[in-house]
Design a protein around this ligand. Sequence first.
Ligand SMILES: Cc1cc2nc3c(=O)[nH]c(=O)nc-3n(C[C@H](O)[C@H](O)[C@H](O)COP(=O)(O)OP(=O)(O)OC[C@H]3O[C@@H](n4cnc5c(N)ncnc54)[C@H](O)[C@@H]3O)c2cc1C
Length: 578
Amino acid sequence: MTTNKKISFMRSLCMGIIEEDVILPFPTLNAGEKETLTSMIDSINGWLKGKDQEFRKWDRQGEMPAEFLQEMRELGLFSLIIPEEHGGLGFHSAAYSRMVQEIAKHDGSVAITAGAHSSIGMRGLLLFGTDDQKKKFYPKLAAGEMIAAFCLTEPGAGSDAASIRTKAVKDGDSWVLNGEKLWITNGGIASFFTVFAKTEGPEGQMTAFIVTKDMAGVSCGPHEDKMGLRASSTTTVSFDKVRIPKENVLGEVGKGFKVAMKILNSGRTGLGGGCVGAMKKCIELASKQAKQRVQFGQPIAEYGLIKQKIGHMVVETYAAESLVSLVSGLVDQGYEDYAVEAAISKVFGTECLWRTADEALQVAGGNGYMCEFPYERVVRDSRVNRIFEGTNDILRLFIALTAMNDVGKQLKELSSSLDGIFNDPIKGFGILTDYAFKRMSQATGVGGAKSAFTKLSPQLAGAAVIFEEGTRDLALAADRILRKHGKAIIGKQFATKRLADIMIDLFALGAVMSRVNSSIVAKSPTIAKELEILSVFSGQVRRRTKGNFGKIDDNDDELIKSLADEALSKEGYSWDTL
Ligand SMILES: Cc1cc2nc3c(=O)[nH]c(=O)nc-3n(C[C@H](O)[C@H](O)[C@H](O)COP(=O)(O)OP(=O)(O)OC[C@H]3O[C@@H](n4cnc5c(N)ncnc54)[C@H](O)[C@@H]3O)c2cc1C
């Protein structure tokens, strides 16, 4: 087992190196956490079961009642990640993610209310808080006496978080904060805010602060009227000359952007867990519906097209669950560089849920469209997952550009070690990668006669070949894309997205392989079905990866851009058949 906790599986993979020790064996929960989690899951299910009509009512009202919030407090739903010595349940990433999964099986709004508190609202305190800050706030946060919110987005700063205008100015021993934050989850019920503000100075451009509701000048707007997650609170939060004591700086002055990114990375498996929970609910709903509904003389469950949908839901749920569990396992094992892997789990999980929710609604037909049934609510609730906590588009750019940056650096180093043979590292990439790839093959076995995996069961040999071929395609794709576009890659988003999609697929496949391998080792009674899932998923990954690789050179990118430019210039569609 590797002891180097600085390794990132995906960043290594982009160099053609399969760090199997990072993903094998598949992570498991420790016995103590498992026990607490199991009893907590039982309580949650006992409490939330049968409340579907209430969830529907609160969704229509756009608010959950104060008494229900009180029940959430009493059940400990705001204490999940707070250390036990401070009155919390002390869940680490995997147990926390599993807990959010369970809540999300019942209702998205409840999951996001508890999730925003722990995943992002107070996570900065957990990651960066001083002992004094923790002592002061943990007990109140654990009891839900204080609910937490994460305040980054502003009217002019969404994806471009660095462009925030909320400003904090040092005044004696305190800071004075002015500005407005937008679409803040839990905004209307929170009294603990992690706020990001510009603090221009030699230390840096942005600082994170703990702001509490009782500080003069803090206010929130009305609940937003949203498409989904309607019973959860989303409001503006404003700061008018709010005086913050210097003890409330979170992390270092000037390092707020890093604090924000670390919080989001660390909290991603909460959202991922929520997606998995909602997918499991969709499978349950769709299966029951398909067996009950009779058309053309038999239950629709008998028809191939219904089975096709449900079968794919199962494969996607297993893959997303494996990926989210693997990433939370990496966090819990102390891996430091998991930003790319966490971003992949967010993109993959949220998109699997979107397809699964849509297909579950399709299985239900007209019933699916009626508010009387839960399908439309799940579809509405799941849509925002692809937007918040970093849009999936921005995360794809992050995933691929991180990889290309690494590959670019490595090739540059190689270029100089070859003593000026390749004066232009960009033009030399092809040859350099051949060289680098040969070297990597010797070191790792990728692309060679022997498998790069040494710890996989022989039953996974087929998937291992697909993974290794995909790794080779990934390295070649990074090379081809960089060679084609050079430094202009930053502006080549079609190409960047393709690389990200290859990376997403490969990491998901790695997670599924790792999990199935552990099931084989554990002689799981469900192994035959898990091997079927692996067979389907690895085939999908092989086909998609080849497709994406082929599209690097054979694509319609310029034509699509031209058509978009036409629509953009006319601000609409240019044709009519009249
Ligand atoms: C229900 C809800 C709850 C939320 N909760 C919180 C919260 O608790 N705290 C908080 O701080 N924020 C919260 N947000 C805000 C959320 O994080 C932002 O909506 C998100 O970061 C995207 O920003 P934006 O909406 O301004 O979109 P924009 O940044 O304006 O993006 C619009 C579109 O352009 C794309 N785009 C932007 N830049 C680029 C680029 N360079 N290249 C290619 N495409 C690009 C995006 O991917 C997106 O598709 C919440 C939002 C919602 C809807």
